[in-house]
Design a protein around this ligand. Structure first.
Ligand code: ADQ
Length: 480
């Protein structure tokens, strides 16, 4: 903290704060650090720096007073009930999310939602400016806050602004559907550096600048002319996110986690093969396609319980948005049908778990699973795939991975699939299941090397380095 003004050299802004309010058995409440990868990554870059985090605390209504948690200054941003409905569930999750994920479900356009999005983005920008020290570095995250870079720049030309997109950036033909497309691009162009998961995402953004705003681009940079006639150059590059490899590996080596993995296998009847799916219950994750392929394999007699068992963990998500409610109903109906048809007493074909789990339980599931099925129709990265690889310190396990994930661009040794091609997906699942142990180990070893080398700490430091040097191309670090 610099003096009594409470300003910081590094300010991170994301829709959510990195903590959740938990109610204790005695009725009291406390803040608990959320276990996500972003928080871990930020921990490593905030260590030794004076850092603040601006975000929503997760409950509608008044925001708690700013507070400190584990050496990080947290500045809550309030959202009213209507703003949660219009800005968050509406514009972010029912307009932008479908457009940015190939319109797997149709996007909804409401001018009222847009107005709330603008208003909330402005509130975030003001909160950032409040806590940013002179010349601070501001790192804005994700599609909920695309107007924030330009708003902060207008108020605080002294700070450096970076933005990272955790989800895909859509092809211009889809992005162009948005009535507010120009405003979104202009919002982002307030940044010095824009980070994307894949090279294709950065290219899609640059193309939107050219085609929709008539701006000129060169390599990874786009140049815009300001009102005073001066030009600004912004760099847009791929900096793929990752996981805390060392932390996950350590966790999965713990004797109690290894023991728990054994118990999971036992409670499933020690099958020959455990297939696992772990996803937020989201239509982008291809859960329906996966279930369809698995149901057909059961029908074909290629897999059957108790020798093969499929465990699908589906985290509850966005349950107030219609498309998510419908997805949950469909998935649960299909699981019921498949179990009714192919399960037996004490031997279900599909184990469906609609819960959130602590990190150690997730690590035990990863260790217990012979084949992880990651079949999204579109996914910015997919951290589950990398977490699985990081947890397999035993070198075993196989990964079936959709070519429509960012992770596929790094994990080429996975068993690749196109989830739309059900026949192909079935074949890939069988190939992964039947592959010789040596081949599976060889593939896992290569993938582990990749994730160990490109972990989340490295992602964060690469992003900050690119931001510091933008619009110039960052000089390569010795590890690259
Ligand atoms: P998500 O769409 O949420 O993230 P993903 O990358 O898979 O997708 O991250 C999900 C996280 O939640 C993982 O860390 C996973 O372990 C955890 N998780 C899932 N189910 C869980 C459960 N039942 N209990 C506990 N934890 C669970 C968005 C983008 C992705 C991008 C990330 C990060 O959509 O494409 O990879 O941000 O940039």
């Amino acid at each position: 903290m610099s003096g009594s003004t409470h300003t910081f050299d590094l300010v991170v802004a994301a829709n959510r704060l990195p903590v959740d309010r938990v109610v204790l058995p005695d009725g009291g409440t406390e803040w608990r650090r959320s276990p996500g990868g972003l928080v871990t990554a930020m921990e490593s870059v905030m260590r030794g720096r004076e850092g603040a985090w601006v975000g929503w605390a997760g409950e509608a209504g008044d925001a708690p007073e700013p507070f400190e948690e584990d050496g990080m200054f947290l500045r809550p941003v309030p959202l009213s009930e209507d703003e949660v409905a219009y800005y968050y569930e509406g514009f972010a999750n029912d307009t932008l999310w479908p457009i940015y994920h190939d319109v797997i479900v149709p996007a909804t356009f409401h001018r009222l939602w847009w107005t709330a999005y603008e208003k909330v983005n402005r509130r975030f920008a003001e909160a950032i400016c409040d806590v940013a020290a002179e010349g601070a570095t501001v790192w804005v995250h994700d599609y909920q806050l695309q107007l924030v870079p330009a708003m902060v720049r207008e108020m605080r030309p002294d700070v450096r602004i970076g933005w990272f997109n955790h989800i895909p950036f859509p092809p211009v033909e889809l992005f162009a559907q948005l009535p507010w497309r120009r405003r979104l691009v202009e919002g982002l162009l307030g940044a010095d550096f824009l980070g994307f998961q894949r090279v294709a995402d950065a290219h899609n953004f640059l193309r939107a600048c050219r085609q929709l705003l008539g701006l000129s681009t060169k390599g990874e940079t786009v140049t815009s002319t300001l009102e005073d006639g001066q030009t600004r150059v912004v760099r847009a590059s791929a900096i793929p996110i990752s996981v805390d490899f060392t932390g996950l590996e350590e966790l999965s080596r713990r004797p109690e986690v290894i023991q728990r993995a054994k118990e999971i296998r036992e409670s499933l009847g020690n099958p020959e093969t455990i297939f696992l799916g772990v996803d937020r219950l989201d239509y982008t994750k291809g859960i329906r396609h996966r279930l369809k392929a698995y149901a057909e394999l059961l029908e074909d007699g290629e897999v059957s319980p108790p020798e093969q068992v499929f465990m699908q963990v589906a985290t509850p998500s966005r349950e107030r948005v219609d498309a998510y409610r419908e997805l949950r109903e469909e998935v649960e109906k299909e699981v019921g049908r498949v179990n009714g048809e192919y399960g037996d007493i004490g031997s279900a074909a599909v184990h469906y778990l609609h819960h959130s789990y602590p990190r150690d339980e997730m690590a035990a599931m990863f260790l217990a699973a012979d084949v992880l099925l990651v079949t999204p129709l579109r996914d910015g990265m997919n951290l589950v795939a990398k977490e699985y690889v990081a947890c397999r310190h035993d070198g075993a396990g196989a990964l079936v991975l959709s070519e429509f994930t960012g992770a596929w661009h790094e994990l080429h040794q996975a068993y690749v699939c196109n989830p739309h091609d059900i026949a192909g997906l079935k074949q890939t699942i069988l190939t992964a299941m039947r592959a010789p142990e040596a081949e599976r180990r060889r593939r896992m070893k290569a993938m582990r090397r990749r994730v160990a080398d490109h972990d989340v700490q490295r992602w964060a430091s690469r992003f900050l380095e690119a931001l510091e040097q933008a619009p110039a191309k960052p000089t390569r670090t010795p590890r690259e």
